[in-house]
Design a protein around this ligand. Structure first.
Ligand code: S5P
Length: 244
């Protein structure tokens, strides 16, 4: 467990990175630690989720390459919705190549990710070159911590760029780094392809992570907006309970 638990606003004041400050301020103002993983294959559906659930989230996480009908208008629309509802767009691209290749993947191709994403993520596996490549193009990224030692080392060495981790439990007491956890549902369990789910309460209270990432728990529910509000409340109540 952590030595000191900071509120979102205390942490916003402690942090140097502008996007971390922005995110923590959004979390404080909107009372949400919910990130929506909008893993749908239709642009219309993606934009509709972003608009209807935008008021309840701090982050919209995309997999832009799963859209069947991608066009640059979609990302322009997403940017407008991010400004309208005040959330951060995180493209879950999981970069994992040498520096030069990830630069192309970030700025070129069909998606031009660096033009519209606030945040991307990268595997620590390829070593420091991946960070050096990415940071010439985008200022904000997070590290996926399948190998915690390498992830922490890379994040600490690049704290001007790395805002945190994708992880299953808190890796470091350093309040500058946000911990974001996928695999979250209101009821524990799994899917048929190896996904494991834990609850908002478990992620925020027991594992002391900062942000819950929820996909199908919301997108496949009968009423996604009502369900998103439910996750927002569960996640935020767990955060508030840390101070009691
Ligand atoms: O280890 C991981 C890392 C990520 S980013 N496990 C994950 O599930 N994710 C992502 O979180 C995954 O790519 C998907 O977009 C989301 C989980 O979706 P859900 O529908 O299972 O909630």
């Amino acid at each position: 467990t952590r030595k000191k638990v900071y509120t979102h606003s205390e942490r916003a004041a402690l942090c140097q990175h502008p996007l971390t400050q922005k995110l923590l301020t959004i979390m404080d103002m909107k009372k949400t630690n919910l990130a929506l993983s909008a893993d749908v294959t239709s642009s219309k559906q993606l934009l509709s989720l972003a608009d209807s659930i935008g008021p309840y989230i701090c982050i919209l996480k995309t997999h832009i390459d799963i859209l069947d009908d991608f066009s640059p208008d979609v990302t322009a629309e997403l940017r407008a919705l991010a400004d309208k509802h005040n959330f951060v767009i995180f493209e879950d691209r999981k970069f994992a190549d040498i520096g030069r290749t990830v630069q192309h993947q970030l700025s070129s191709g069909i998606y031009h990710i660096s033009r519209w994403a606030d945040l991307v993520n990268a595997h620590p596996l390829p070593g420091p070159g991946i960070i050096d490549g990415l940071k010439q193009i985008i200022k904000n990224f997070i590290i996926i911590s399948y190998s915690p030692t390498e992830a922490i080392e890379m994040a600490e060495a690049n704290s001007d760029f790395v805002i945190g981790y994708i992880c299953q439990s808190r890796l470091t007491d350093n309040p500058q780094f946000l911990h974001m956890t996928p695999g979250v549902k209101l009821v524990e369990g799994g899917d048929s392809l190896g996904q494991q789910y834990t609850t908002p309460e478990d992620v925020i209270r027991r594992k002391t992570c900062d942000i819950i990432i929820v996909g199908r728990g919301i997108t496949e529910s009968v009423d996604p907006v009502a369900t998103a509000i439910h996750y927002q409340q569960a996640g935020y109540a767990a955060y508030v309970s840390l101070f009691h």
